[in-house]
Design a protein around this ligand. Structure first.
Ligand code: FES
Length: 113
């Protein structure tokens, strides 16, 4: 089955503190680490603050509000107050272009009137 790949950006345009984009109402962050691109939810699991507005030290990103730390590769929480891991996603990189399979994000529920 053909994946529904969305072109997002190029690897050279991903800042150290992450590149944020939105798919189906969810914010996703891209990070480059050792020439590989990683995608994680761009919302802290503590109080939903945008992680790309935070800080980074190597393979660790920090929430700008209360300082929870997460592993870029696995999304694992390394320091509270967050207690749930950041969801991670797959990306496809071709010739420096970064694509995201939008099927990884469930469609938002239909509005009921
Ligand atoms: S909102 Fe991120 S640690 Fe509180």
């Amino acid at each position: 089955m053909q994946k529904d790949l969305l072109f997002v950006t190029t690897t050279v345009d991903i800042p150290v503190t992450g590149y944020s984009f939105e798919v189906k109402g969810r914010k996703i962050a891209l990070y480059v680490l050792k020439d590989k691109v990683y995608a994680l939810e761009d919302r802290c699991t503590h109080m939903r603050i945008q992680m790309t507005k935070g800080f980074r030290n190597g393979d660790v990103i920090g929430c700008p509000v209360h300082g929870a730390l997460f592993d870029i590769i696995t999304g694992k929480v390394l320091q509270p107050p967050a207690c749930r891991d950041l969801p991670t996603f797959e990306v496809v990189v071709k010739n420096g272009d970064v694509y995201f399979d939008t099927d990884q994000i469930p469609d938002p529920p239909e509005m009921q009137f």
